[in-house]
Every structure is written in structure tokens, then in C-alpha cells.
Design a binder for this molecule. Sequence first.
Ligand code: ZN
Length: 233
Amino acid sequence: MLLSHLREQVLEANLELVRRGVVVFTFGNVSGISREDGLVAIKPSGVPYEELTAEQIVVTDLDGRLIDTNLRPSSDLPTHLELYKAFPNIGGVAHTHSEFGTAWAQAKRPIPCLGTTHADYFHGPVPVTPDMSADEIAGAYEKATGEVIVRTFRDLDPDAIPAVLVAGHAPFCWGRDAADAVHNAVILEYIARMATHTMAVNADAKPLARALHDKHFYRKHGPGAYYGQPGSG
Ligand SMILES: [Zn+2]
């Protein structure tokens, strides 16, 4: 089987989405990329998670041409491909309609950094894309979704903020590999839920002070990181 290791990783990452309770039915999809081969592995379209096997994981090139498969890829594939092309350090993408993340996407509100849990993972608010135009929606919609995400990150670092809320739709998250993208998707849902509760308790709650935000982010990321065990990522 071509890219069997990557396919197994992508299968496992898709199943992890289900185990963590961030998808219902066949909503959601995870992909991973082999930068060496220029090939992407992604969940097939519409196959129930409980029936999913590594052989069914679809492999395509960065132009979406199918390699060694007779199943159709997730319809969101063109969005994933735009992210891989624009964000050179990412190795996995996860898309869910998780409840609280989607609520913020529908409200078209960026998730402010209200606490250190958010700061540990996202170096700033989780942004919301602008609305897509009627032409973008009528045309190559999934590709245009990727393009609007990339535009949203024109002045942001996708390695420091590994998630976005697509306005009126739902979150897309990414990471070093497929498993890391799913990890970030689960954390995004958690911080979205906590932000909702925080704003319910105090609608005037203020974002975390910059110094505390930076302290938490940089103790886990970058050259000065000291959180966790060496090499554990
Ligand atoms: Zn979606």
C-alpha cells in the first residue's frame, strides 16, 4: 500500500476525532502530508468512521489528482491543499463542526485569549475569516475557503496560531502532523467552550495581559521552551 505509514496515521487521527467527541456522523475530516513525496492522505468522502480502514484513506497530489485509489476524497480536500501550499511547516489539517468552536464561527467572533490554556496553544485570538463573496461560493467553493483562510493569515503566523474559524461554517485546525492537528482541534473546542462560559459569567471579561500570554506561549514554543520533556514536542 502506497504511503502505508501516513495512511495509518491519518486513519488513527480521524478515529481520534470521534473518540474525543468533536464530530458527529461523518462530519469532519483529517489529512496529513508527506512533504518529501508531495502527497496528501485524507479521509474518503461519506464513509462512516466505524468502517474506515487505512486502505480507504485517499492519497492525492497537491493538485488534488488521485493516486492509487477508487474512493472519492473528502469534499473539503481543496481547502486542505490550499493550507498545505501556503503554510510550509504544517504536516496535518483537521476540520470539525465541534459545538463551541462552530458557535463562535457562526457568531463571527474571534475567540479572545482569556486564560493561560488558550495562551499555551495560540499566540493571540483565534481569528475569523471574512465572509466569502457570492462568486467564491458559487465557484470552486472549497478552494476559495482555503484561500480566504490564507488571506486571513496574511499578517498572522500560522505556526503560532494553528486554527481559524471560517465565518458561518466551522473551525479548521492544523499542526506538525495529523495527530497534532487533531490535538489542536480538541484544544480549540475546549478553549471555545471556556470562553463561552467566561463571557457568560462576565460579559466584560478582558483578554489576558500580554506578559502572561507571552510567558505561557513561549515556555511551550520556540527556542526558549522549557515545558514538558526534551524532545517531547
Ligand atoms: Zn465543514
